[in-house]
Design a protein. Sequence first.
Length: 259
Amino acid sequence: MLLHLLSLGCVPYAEALAIQRRVISARKQGRIGDTLLLLEHPPVLTLGRNASRANILVSNEWLASRGVEVHEINRGGDVTYHGPGQLVGYPIIDLRGEWPGKRGPHLGPVDFVRLLEEALVRTCADFGVMAKRIPKCTGVWTFSGDDAESHISEARGGIPSNIAEKKLAAIGVHVSQGVTSHGFALNVTTDLGDFDWIVPCGIRDRGVTSLEQEAEAGMEPTMNRAMHAVARNFGRVFGRQMLWCESIEQLLAPSGDRI
């Protein structure tokens, strides 16, 4: 089974939303198969369904003076920053397909998010970065320096040390008529100072980091390497062969017209 993959480069957020809507419509109509869009955005803040404006720490005027847009969208989650050096993925898939872990007529949204997290955890490992999930905190997180000590302490019956994980990837999705949209944002070479504009995902007791900051020596990431790692791990976790498309026109062309 195939999953189409399209790399769009750096695309303004509003333009990417329009592209996403076209792909969603085509998927719902059965004109195309499941698809993963990979791209970057210029600096932008997005507010999910559960977002609080209080989690944006600067004024609208301050953002406007720097050309930073703010978009309210229908994904789950709170406020998120997107910008250069961050790999954004929009999986547009029909959850009613045959997917790993499917236990009913469709793959549950939570199970879908767990698969996204797994693909990103594996991607981080490709750069020598240990990453994990945190219960009730959707996304992908680093292990702190205290984790090994914490595990030893627990094994001996002691009290675990405090763990100060940092977020490597944010996830927020929307499901309509069984088809997913929005997705994930993996910090690759992101300017982490831009996260000072917000309380990322509304979480105040943990910070953010990037693959560039955490990678082992000799395994430093580039956006191109990260994109290929995400594509490879997405295919493995979701059980699909990834089929690269050259353009949105090729993706949306009638099947008989595709090369």
